[in-house]
Design a protein around this ligand. Structure first.
Ligand code: 5GP
Length: 195
């Protein structure tokens, strides 16, 4: 019998507009036993988003209190808003042997790696090119032109971080990217633990 000793944390990072949300949703539909962490954020809700499902939208004060009480596993300021991963749901899922998926930025990924070591698997989702990324962001129409420029500048900085991730997946087509993510999840689940 194979004995399981708690779950793993799959961290997915990549520039805003790189298709992370779509790919992660599709992965969750395909890969059983994966739990998605719902982050808290101080950024305003987009009309397509549901509070409690996509994010938990909180005030700056509420975010600071969560942080001070040690209720966040990691946190970071991204594009002038705060984002963090609630600690309890992640720890509970891991204790039950479930694998958790976090869709977070590079600063958060670093904190998770430091805290969880080999239990954390870092995957960087890159757009095929910066041009493709700019097109996707424009098509999404959720950002003002100024916010779009901020996100593109951040994307360039983020792409430089891909080197210290465990895996890189190029998001040319969603089904292909999802298939590659599933392969990573499967491979990591088959690991013997020797690292
Ligand atoms: P967006 O505002 O486009 O939903 O997300 C902006 C960035 O914040 C993305 O790179 C996203 O992955 C990141 N992000 C979302 N939730 C968290 C979180 O809980 N922690 C950290 N560190 N980053 C997050």
């Amino acid at each position: 019998m194979v004995k399981r000793t708690g779950g793993r944390i799959f961290v997915i990072s990549g520039p805003s507009g790189g298709g992370k949300t779509t790919v992660v949703e599709a992965l969750l539909a395909h890969a059983p036993g994966l739990v998605r962490s719902v982050s808290v954020t101080t950024r305003p809700r987009r009309s397509s988003e549901r509070d409690g499902a996509d994010y938990r939208f909180v005030s700056g004060g509420a975010f600071a209190r969560l942080r001070a009480r040690g209720e966040l596993l990691e946190w970071a300021q991204v594009h002038h808003a705060w984002y963090g991963t609630p600690r309890q749901p992640v720890e509970r899922a891991l204790a039950r042997g479930r694998d958790v998926i976090l869709s977070i930025d590079v600063q958060g990924a670093r904190q998770v790696k430091r805290r969880f070591g080999a239990r954390a698997v870092l995957v960087f989702l890159v757009p095929p090119s910066l041009r493709a990324l700019a097109q996707r962001l424009r098509k999404r129409r959720t950002e003002t032109p100024q916010a779009l420029q901020t996100r593109l500048r951040a994307a360039k900085r983020e792409l430089a971080c891909a080197a210290w991730y465990d895996y890189t997946v190029v998001n040319r087509r969603v089904p292909e990217a999802v298939e590659q993510l599933e392969a990573i999840v499967t491979a990591e689940r088959l690991r013997t633990g020797r690292r």
